[in-house]
Write a protein of this length. Structure first.
Length: 133
């Protein structure tokens, strides 16, 4: 069972981790690196950014990789989640399935670029939400 995220770090801690994942997700792909791994960093950036906002607002959350669940926590906690941010739920597939060998199509450069765009939207939304309070 995932632990309660409320005691797992400050908003600043979560946001620092989100920014680190975002920087890795944006990097030019070295030959040895799979797009799946860069997409995982994009997913992690979005996930950790949302957790930063939840921590900042005192909204309880579980330590899960499911962006949809985290956005539901935000909405249930009275945080307005704009449609472009809700689109980031598609990043959840990069949290587990795409990180391991399996029966999926390799991630393309275009899919990686889309994952980075979605994560950037989430991180920017969170940064604005934390600064605006």
């Amino acid at each position: 069972m995932p632990r309660d995220g409320a005691a797992s770090g400050s908003a600043g801690d979560w946001l620092r981790r989100a920014r680190s994942n975002m920087a890795r997700a944006r990097q030019d792909k070295p030959d040895e690196v799979l797009y799946e791994d860069l997409c995982f960093d994009a997913q992690q950036a979005a996930e950790k950014a949302i957790k930063a906002l939840l921590a900042d607002r005192g909204v309880p959350f579980r330590l899960v990789h499911d962006i949809g669940e985290l956005l539901r926590c935000a909405a249930d906690g009275g945080i307005d989640v704009p449609a472009p941010v809700r689109d980031a739920v598609e990043l959840t597939e990069y949290a587990v399935e795409a990180r391991y060998p399996g029966p999926f199509e390799p991630v393309t450069e275009a899919e990686w670029r889309q994952a980075v765009r979605l994560a950037e939207v989430v991180v920017a939304w969170v940064e604005g939400g934390i600064a605006a309070k």
